[in-house]
Design a protein around this ligand. Structure first.
Ligand SMILES: C[S@@+](CC[C@H](N)C(=O)[O-])C[C@H]1O[C@@H](n2cnc3c(N)ncnc32)[C@H](O)[C@@H]1O
Ligand SMILES: [Zn+2]
Length: 349
């Protein structure tokens, strides 16, 4: 079977190809075109679609790798068909990355990227892109899997994708600091069944220590959904409602995107991609988000439109926005009691 995607045409017989990831690859091409790098290492290539598109649409010099010899044959054939040159390696991605440095590495595995992140952080010089489809392990639905793979604790909250994306970023950032590298998300998103993050890398002893200023915990109360931001080493008392806090983390508490970079990506985008990027750009950086239906349910309140709540919070001087991953959630630096107060003031009697 042959598929057409972007400027590429690839044969996908006998290799992994997921048409549902097309939107991700389309968006990736705009991200890659915004990065000032030349070399791109498609560490888990399958059909080679990502690297081939990176070469055709973003002008990259792609290097391909897959452990499966069938995939290597498919990549070689697809390179010929598309008139694209590029080295093809048949190895274990972790071993290849231990032996050789790459300017930009892309880790797009089945499920969890965790087994590849240490060597990717060791090898990558300027950029690192990561996909995770094991969202249950990251977002608190599968607490033990999260501990085993990402060394962080989470329970399922009312805004599980916020937690999941931050757990993934936190893990990758921490894995890099032992190599004196500071990683910063340039853009990241949650969509359907996966999380995607593109990082910029700075090799610096001082900066790799300072990333921990943006690492920490969310104290989360499952009774009232309150969330408090705690830095590394900080503690939390009992929740004001009398409930007990769970400490979720360590997770990334910093920005999920770099605004300048994301704006440049958005300038290149049209249609659905543009609309999606606008949502990401509209989002504030606070790690504290709330599901309005979940809060409304606790207090038996009627649900106002999300935009109304965001508007009210802003009027009161708080930072507030919608989120790109949930239509009924708000992100705000206001306390949960303030959000409830706004919901309450709109109660229909
Ligand atoms: C999810 S697919 C990659 C999809 C591809 N990037 C795309 O956009 O269509 C994962 C690929 O990783 C390969 N793989 C699994 N373990 C690997 C390893 N340790 N080293 C290299 N490749 C591996 C599999 O053979 C499979 O082709
Ligand atoms: Zn509480």
């Amino acid at each position: 079977m042959e598929v057409e995607e972007g400027r590429a045409r690839v044969k996908v017989e006998g290799v992994f190809y997921n048409p549902r990831m097309r939107f991700c690859r389309d968006l990736d091409m705009l991200v890659f075109a915004t990065m000032d790098s030349k070399e791109y290492f498609d560490a888990l290539s399958a059909s080679g679609i990502r690297g081939i598109r990176a070469a055709l649409e973003a002008g990259k010099k792609a290097v391909f790798n897959d452990i499966n010899p069938k995939a290597v044959k498919a990549i070689e054939e697809n390179l010929r068909e598309n008139g694209v040159g590029g080295e093809v390696i048949n190895g274990d991605a972790a071993a290849v990355m231990r032996q050789r440095a790459f300017e930009h590495i892309d880790i797009d595995p089945f499920g969890s990227p965790a087994p590849f992140i240490d060597s990717a952080c060791f090898s990558a010089k300027r950029y690192l892109s990561v996909t995770a489809t094991d969202t249950a392990a990251l977002c608190g639905s599968a607490t033990n899997s999260g501990l085993k793979k990402y060394g962080a604790f989470a329970v399922k909250t009312d805004v599980y994708h916020e937690v999941g994306l931050r757990m993934l970023i936190g893990f990758v950032v921490r894995e890099a600091t032992k190599y004196e590298k500071a990683l910063f998300p340039l853009i990241s998103w949650v969509r359907e069944h996966y999380y995607r993050v593109h990082f910029k890398i700075k090799k610096s002893t001082a900066m790799s220590a300072r990333v921990y200023e943006k690492m920490g915990y969310l104290a989360y109360c499952s009774t009232c959904l309150r969330k408090k931001v705690l830095g590394m080493g900080e503690g939390a008392e009992r929740c004001e409602c009398g409930g007990k806090f769970s400490l979720i983390g360590p997770i990334w508490l910093g920005e999920l995107k770099q605004r300048d970079f994301t704006e440049k990506v958005a300038e290149k985008a049209e249609g659905k991609l543009r609309a999606f990027l606008e949502k990401i750009l509209a989002e504030i950086d606070a790690p504290t988000a709330y599901s309005l239906p979940a809060l409304a349910k606790i207090h038996s309140l009627t649900l106002p439109p999300t935009d109304v709540v965001v508007g009210e919070l802003k009027k009161l001087g708080y930072e507030a926005s919608r989120t790109h991953y949930c239509g009924f959630c708000v992100k705000t630096d206001a306390d949960r009691d303030m959000v409830v107060k706004i919901l309450r003031s709109r109660k229909i009697i």
